[in-house]
Design a protein around this ligand. Sequence first.
Ligand SMILES: [Zn+2]
Length: 231
Amino acid sequence: IIIDIEGAYSIFIHQKISGHLLYGIWIMEHEIWKAKGRGPLKSERENQYIRYLFFLNNGYQLAMSDLRRFSKIVLVKNKDVSDLPEIKKLGPEPLEIGLNEFKKLFAKKKGRIKQVLMDPFFIAGIGNIYADEILWYSGFHPLSRTENLSDKDLRKIFNSMIKILKKAIKLGGSSVDDYRMPSGEKGEYQNQTKAYQHEGEQCFKKDGGIIKKIRIGGRSAHFCPVHQKVL
Ligand SMILES: [Zn+2]
Protein backbone atom coordinates (compact mmCIF):
# COMPACT_ATOMS: atom_id res chain seq x y z
CA ILE A 1 0.00 0.00 0.00
CA ILE A 2 1.41 3.38 -0.98
CA ILE A 3 -0.12 6.52 0.54
CA ASP A 4 0.79 9.71 -1.30
CA ILE A 5 1.02 12.41 1.37
CA GLU A 6 1.55 16.16 1.01
CA GLY A 7 4.99 17.25 -0.13
CA ALA A 8 7.66 15.09 -1.68
CA TYR A 9 7.05 11.96 0.41
CA SER A 10 4.89 8.83 0.41
CA ILE A 11 4.19 6.25 3.10
CA PHE A 12 4.90 2.69 2.01
CA ILE A 13 3.11 -0.03 3.98
CA HIS A 14 3.66 -3.78 3.72
CA GLN A 15 1.08 -5.59 5.88
CA LYS A 16 2.90 -8.94 5.65
CA ILE A 17 1.29 -12.02 7.25
CA SER A 18 -0.99 -10.67 9.97
CA GLY A 19 -0.98 -6.86 9.65
CA HIS A 20 -4.06 -4.90 8.60
CA LEU A 21 -4.98 -1.23 8.57
CA LEU A 22 -7.88 -0.01 10.68
CA TYR A 23 -9.72 3.31 10.77
CA GLY A 24 -11.23 4.65 13.98
CA ILE A 25 -10.40 6.39 17.24
CA TRP A 26 -8.08 4.91 19.86
CA ILE A 27 -7.30 6.15 23.35
CA MET A 28 -4.33 5.16 25.51
CA GLU A 29 -5.46 3.24 28.59
CA HIS A 30 -2.88 1.79 30.98
CA GLU A 31 -0.25 2.03 28.24
CA ILE A 32 -2.40 0.10 25.75
CA TRP A 33 -4.22 1.67 22.80
CA LYS A 34 -7.94 0.88 23.16
CA ALA A 35 -10.56 1.53 20.48
CA LYS A 36 -13.19 4.05 21.52
CA GLY A 37 -16.84 2.99 21.58
CA ARG A 38 -18.23 -0.43 20.68
CA GLY A 39 -17.89 -2.68 17.69
CA PRO A 40 -15.31 -4.95 16.07
CA LEU A 41 -12.38 -2.54 16.56
CA LYS A 42 -12.84 -3.15 20.27
CA SER A 43 -14.31 -6.67 20.37
CA GLU A 44 -12.34 -8.63 17.75
CA ARG A 45 -9.13 -10.11 19.11
CA GLU A 46 -7.39 -9.67 15.72
CA ASN A 47 -7.76 -5.87 16.01
CA GLN A 48 -6.11 -5.50 19.42
CA TYR A 49 -2.45 -5.60 18.34
CA ILE A 50 -2.00 -1.89 17.61
CA ARG A 51 1.63 -1.28 16.57
CA TYR A 52 1.35 2.06 14.75
CA LEU A 53 -1.13 4.94 14.81
CA PHE A 54 -1.36 7.83 12.37
CA PHE A 55 -3.28 10.84 13.68
CA LEU A 56 -5.41 12.28 10.89
CA ASN A 57 -6.55 15.90 10.82
CA ASN A 58 -10.24 14.89 10.99
CA GLY A 59 -9.81 13.51 14.53
CA TYR A 60 -9.65 9.88 13.43
CA GLN A 61 -6.64 7.59 13.33
CA LEU A 62 -5.29 5.07 10.88
CA ALA A 63 -3.90 2.14 12.84
CA MET A 64 -1.96 -1.01 12.08
CA SER A 65 -2.93 -4.08 14.09
CA ASP A 66 -0.37 -6.83 13.66
CA LEU A 67 -0.21 -9.90 15.89
CA ARG A 68 3.07 -11.21 14.49
CA ARG A 69 4.89 -7.87 14.07
CA PHE A 70 6.25 -8.54 10.58
CA SER A 71 4.56 -5.50 9.01
CA LYS A 72 6.65 -2.66 7.73
CA ILE A 73 6.04 1.09 7.33
CA VAL A 74 8.56 3.30 5.53
CA LEU A 75 8.56 7.02 4.75
CA VAL A 76 9.98 7.31 1.25
CA LYS A 77 10.58 10.10 -1.25
CA ASN A 78 8.05 9.96 -4.09
CA LYS A 79 10.82 9.59 -6.63
CA ASP A 80 12.21 6.54 -4.80
CA VAL A 81 8.95 4.55 -4.45
CA SER A 82 9.56 2.46 -7.56
CA ASP A 83 13.05 1.57 -6.29
CA LEU A 84 11.81 -0.02 -3.05
CA PRO A 85 12.87 -3.69 -3.07
CA GLU A 86 9.25 -4.81 -2.47
CA ILE A 87 8.01 -2.75 -5.44
CA LYS A 88 10.88 -2.90 -7.89
CA LYS A 89 10.46 -6.48 -9.11
CA LEU A 90 6.70 -6.72 -8.61
CA GLY A 91 4.66 -8.04 -11.53
CA PRO A 92 1.72 -6.05 -12.92
CA GLU A 93 -1.54 -5.52 -11.02
CA PRO A 94 -4.03 -8.14 -12.28
CA LEU A 95 -6.89 -5.64 -12.58
CA GLU A 96 -4.74 -3.16 -14.51
CA ILE A 97 -3.82 -5.39 -17.44
CA GLY A 98 -5.76 -6.69 -20.42
CA LEU A 99 -5.88 -10.19 -21.87
CA ASN A 100 -3.04 -9.53 -24.34
CA GLU A 101 -0.65 -8.34 -21.65
CA PHE A 102 -1.66 -11.33 -19.50
CA LYS A 103 -0.86 -13.72 -22.37
CA LYS A 104 2.49 -12.00 -22.95
CA LEU A 105 3.49 -12.68 -19.33
CA PHE A 106 3.04 -16.41 -19.94
CA ALA A 107 5.02 -16.43 -23.18
CA LYS A 108 8.29 -16.58 -21.27
CA LYS A 109 7.18 -18.41 -18.12
CA LYS A 110 7.50 -22.09 -17.25
CA GLY A 111 6.14 -23.76 -14.15
CA ARG A 112 3.07 -25.06 -12.40
CA ILE A 113 0.09 -22.76 -12.86
CA LYS A 114 -0.76 -22.55 -9.15
CA GLN A 115 2.73 -21.42 -8.16
CA VAL A 116 3.03 -19.07 -11.12
CA LEU A 117 -0.24 -17.28 -10.27
CA MET A 118 0.93 -16.84 -6.66
CA ASP A 119 4.34 -15.45 -7.63
CA PRO A 120 4.17 -11.67 -6.90
CA PHE A 121 7.09 -11.05 -9.26
CA PHE A 122 5.03 -12.61 -12.07
CA ILE A 123 1.68 -11.00 -11.24
CA ALA A 124 0.96 -9.05 -8.06
CA GLY A 125 -1.58 -9.68 -5.35
CA ILE A 126 -2.91 -13.22 -5.96
CA GLY A 127 -2.71 -15.25 -2.76
CA ASN A 128 -3.47 -18.88 -2.02
CA ILE A 129 -7.26 -18.55 -1.76
CA TYR A 130 -7.68 -16.64 -5.01
CA ALA A 131 -5.31 -18.90 -6.95
CA ASP A 132 -7.32 -21.98 -5.87
CA GLU A 133 -10.58 -20.28 -6.80
CA ILE A 134 -9.33 -19.02 -10.20
CA LEU A 135 -8.28 -22.56 -11.13
CA TRP A 136 -11.53 -24.12 -9.89
CA TYR A 137 -13.60 -21.69 -11.99
CA SER A 138 -11.43 -21.97 -15.09
CA GLY A 139 -11.17 -25.78 -14.80
CA PHE A 140 -7.40 -26.33 -14.58
CA HIS A 141 -5.58 -28.61 -12.17
CA PRO A 142 -3.11 -26.64 -9.99
CA LEU A 143 -0.22 -28.82 -11.19
CA SER A 144 -0.83 -27.96 -14.87
CA ARG A 145 2.30 -26.67 -16.62
CA THR A 146 1.99 -23.13 -17.94
CA GLU A 147 3.84 -24.05 -21.13
CA ASN A 148 0.97 -26.43 -22.00
CA LEU A 149 -1.74 -23.75 -21.78
CA SER A 150 -3.26 -22.58 -25.06
CA ASP A 151 -4.48 -19.04 -25.79
CA LYS A 152 -8.00 -20.24 -25.11
CA ASP A 153 -6.93 -21.69 -21.74
CA LEU A 154 -5.23 -18.42 -20.78
CA ARG A 155 -8.37 -16.50 -21.69
CA LYS A 156 -10.41 -18.71 -19.35
CA ILE A 157 -7.91 -18.17 -16.52
CA PHE A 158 -7.80 -14.42 -17.18
CA ASN A 159 -11.60 -14.09 -17.15
CA SER A 160 -11.89 -16.10 -13.91
CA MET A 161 -9.15 -14.01 -12.31
CA ILE A 162 -10.93 -10.73 -13.11
CA LYS A 163 -14.30 -12.06 -11.96
CA ILE A 164 -13.00 -13.46 -8.66
CA LEU A 165 -10.81 -10.50 -7.71
CA LYS A 166 -13.60 -8.01 -8.41
CA LYS A 167 -16.06 -10.04 -6.37
CA ALA A 168 -13.54 -10.41 -3.52
CA ILE A 169 -12.96 -6.65 -3.42
CA LYS A 170 -16.71 -6.05 -3.38
CA LEU A 171 -17.08 -8.46 -0.44
CA GLY A 172 -14.25 -6.85 1.55
CA GLY A 173 -11.66 -9.58 0.99
CA SER A 174 -11.20 -12.89 2.82
CA SER A 175 -10.87 -13.08 6.60
CA VAL A 176 -9.54 -16.58 7.13
CA ASP A 177 -6.95 -15.58 9.71
CA ASP A 178 -6.07 -12.08 10.92
CA TYR A 179 -7.17 -9.91 8.01
CA ARG A 180 -10.00 -7.49 8.76
CA MET A 181 -11.51 -4.61 6.81
CA PRO A 182 -10.56 -1.05 7.95
CA SER A 183 -13.82 -1.00 9.94
CA GLY A 184 -12.50 -3.99 11.91
CA GLU A 185 -15.15 -6.30 10.47
CA LYS A 186 -14.47 -9.55 8.64
CA GLY A 187 -14.44 -9.67 4.86
CA GLU A 188 -16.94 -12.10 3.35
CA TYR A 189 -15.25 -13.79 0.43
CA GLN A 190 -14.13 -16.76 2.58
CA ASN A 191 -17.82 -17.76 2.71
CA GLN A 192 -17.99 -17.84 -1.11
CA THR A 193 -15.08 -20.15 -1.91
CA LYS A 194 -15.73 -23.22 -4.06
CA ALA A 195 -12.42 -25.05 -3.62
CA TYR A 196 -10.41 -23.39 -0.85
CA GLN A 197 -10.95 -25.24 2.45
CA HIS A 198 -13.62 -27.51 0.97
CA GLU A 199 -11.52 -30.68 0.97
CA GLY A 200 -13.59 -33.85 1.31
CA GLU A 201 -16.77 -32.10 0.10
CA GLN A 202 -18.76 -32.58 -3.11
CA CYS A 203 -17.69 -30.23 -5.91
CA PHE A 204 -20.15 -27.32 -6.30
CA LYS A 205 -20.39 -28.20 -10.00
CA LYS A 206 -22.13 -31.45 -8.98
CA ASP A 207 -19.86 -33.42 -11.30
CA GLY A 208 -19.31 -36.22 -8.77
CA GLY A 209 -15.88 -34.85 -7.79
CA ILE A 210 -14.72 -34.62 -4.17
CA ILE A 211 -12.46 -31.62 -3.47
CA LYS A 212 -8.89 -32.73 -2.79
CA LYS A 213 -6.10 -30.95 -0.95
CA ILE A 214 -2.46 -31.37 -1.91
CA ARG A 215 0.74 -29.47 -1.17
CA ILE A 216 2.62 -27.65 -3.91
CA GLY A 217 5.85 -25.85 -3.05
CA GLY A 218 5.02 -25.77 0.66
CA ARG A 219 1.51 -24.31 0.17
CA SER A 220 -1.86 -26.04 0.11
CA ALA A 221 -3.86 -26.38 -3.10
CA HIS A 222 -7.54 -27.35 -3.26
CA PHE A 223 -9.11 -28.67 -6.46
CA CYS A 224 -11.75 -30.93 -7.99
CA PRO A 225 -10.13 -33.97 -9.63
CA VAL A 226 -13.09 -34.34 -12.03
CA HIS A 227 -13.46 -31.00 -13.82
CA GLN A 228 -9.95 -29.54 -13.26
CA LYS A 229 -7.73 -30.96 -16.01
CA VAL A 230 -3.99 -31.58 -15.71
CA LEU A 231 -2.24 -30.11 -18.73
ZN1 LIG B 1 -15.79 -30.41 -10.10
